[in-house]
Design a protein around this ligand. Structure first.
Ligand SMILES: Cc1cc2nc3c(=O)[nH]c(=O)nc-3n(C[C@H](O)[C@H](O)[C@H](O)COP(=O)(O)OP(=O)(O)OC[C@H]3O[C@@H](n4cnc5c(N)ncnc54)[C@H](O)[C@@H]3O)c2cc1C
Length: 376
């Protein structure tokens, strides 16, 4: 079969691989993205769509800074994608809230926000607690349940449509000449001179550099190349209501209205001992009940859809980026919050992969943080 050669091969065409591939090609690299077909396990198709800062980075300040950087880049990123693909990602950045039910929850949230602020420069989050009156002012005409005492509010939070984002990325990749190959999943990867050879059912692809961003499949592909991609998959379920007139102008973590009018309610956090995506009603009831406590009128709406997605979660929930020491030029990129980070992946991370060495500011994301010391 014909062999093709590129500056970079990116393995994985979900939102992470597509964003990185886009950024590399925008900077002049010749890029191929190898992917599976539509039957693939793909978190990018099942997520909640938030472009979210306020809860990111507790315990890893660099993740807070990285997420803020992405939030700042998102508007330009969305405009660039729209121009190249003709597809609007429906990005909005009007702030976001995290509702609190009862005083105890409000205090707990206040403490978390304070702790996160104490770990970084004041400009990073700018999240503040707001009382019930201020929440009501953000959602004119909306009736809240009596237990909703307030919320945290971050002006940098926002939302996009995850399906449109993926579609728009893939459209833009085509426009800028990236070879996107959904028929060519990587089956074996080996050193090939100074670069890499990637075997697929559609032939062998050669590249000077390689990025593994294949979601749940990354761990297995990474190991032979001296790369680590520890993933503890987590199930996230959500439910979607029938369409109603616009009532929720600002997204919240756990409830948001789409441009189509449906209301998304989510998401659960459940251990995933296997990678099945079958939904379970019990856990969905909990998230729906909480949403109704916040917004009692939701109880009158019909649920029209529900689904379960598998989070690509590292053991501490923060991203993992690394370059192989044994196979220089081979990189790993896995993360939860691939939508939120899409803009920084297409810019700063792509630049880092193009440079000779990964910059120091990415050190925090190296998986050596999971290595357990053997010293007694
Ligand atoms: C319920 C839920 C809600 C979420 N909500 C949000 C949110 O509100 N905001 C946010 O920012 N993030 C959210 N996320 C997280 C976000 O969806 C993920 O971070 C993101 O989708 C991960 O993208 P990915 O490209 O790494 O993985 P995936 O989307 O899983 O893509 C991996 C790709 O690799 C390909 N692949 C696998 N094996 C191979 C191979 N051998 N060769 C080539 N290709 C291969 C697959 O075909 C697939 O296309 C949510 C996730 C879930 C599950």
């Amino acid at each position: 079969m014909a062999e093709a050669s590129y500056d970079f091969v990116v393995v994985g065409g979900g939102v992470v691989g597509a964003s990185i591939g886009f950024g590399l090609a925008r900077r002049g690299a010749r890029v191929a993205i190898l992917d599976q077909g539509d039957a693939a396990l793909r978190s990018s198709r099942v997520n909640f769509g938030l472009v979210w800062l306020q809860s990111k980075g507790d315990g890893m300040p660099d993740y807070g800074r990285w997420t803020r950087r992405s939030a700042d880049l998102w508007t330009g990123f969305a405009a660039e994608l729209r121009e190249l693909s003709g597809i609007d990602t429906e990005h909005e950045q009007n702030g976001g809230v995290s509702f609190c039910l009862g005083e105890a929850e409000f205090e707990q949230r206040r403490n978390t926000i304070q702790r996160m602020h104490n770990q970084v420069e004041p400009w990073v989050y700018e999240t503040r607690m707001i009382d019930r009156k201020e929440v009501e002012a953000l959602y004119p005409g909306v009736r809240f349940g009596p237990e909703m005492v307030g919320a945290s509010f971050c002006p940098h939070d926002g939302v996009s449509n995850p399906l449109r984002l993926l579609q728009s990325l893939h459209g833009a990749l085509k426009t800028i000449g990236v070879a996107y190959r959904p028929d060519a999943p990587a089956t074996a990867i080996r050193r090939d001179g100074a670069g890499f050879a990637i075997d697929t059912p559609a032939g062998t692809f050669r590249a000077g550099k390689l990025v593994l961003a294949a979601g749940h499949a990354t761990t297995k592909l990474a190991a032979p190349l001296g790369l680590e991609a520890p993933i503890v998959p987590e199930r996230g379920q959500l439910v979607v209501t029938e369409r109603v007139a616009p009532i929720l102008p600002i997204p919240a973590s756990g409830v948001r209205q789409t441009r189509d009018g449906t209301i998304m309610i989510g998401t659960t956090h459940e251990a995933a001992p296997d990678l099945t995506t079958r939904t379970t009603t019990g856990n969905m009831v909990h998230i729906a009940e909480r949403a109704v406590q916040v917004l009692p009128d939701l109880a009158r709406l019909r649920i029209v859809r529900s689904w379960l997605g598998l989070r690509v979660l590292s053991p501490d929930g923060f991203p993992v980026y690394m370059e192989s020491e044994t196979h220089p030029g081979a990189y790993v990129a896995i993360c939860h919050s691939g939508n939120t980070l899409a803009a920084v992946h297409a810019n700063d991370l792509a630049e880092a992969f193009l440079a000779h060495r990964l910059p120091e500011r990415l050190d925090s994301f190296h998986p050596r943080r999971f290595h357990v010391s053997q010293a007694a």
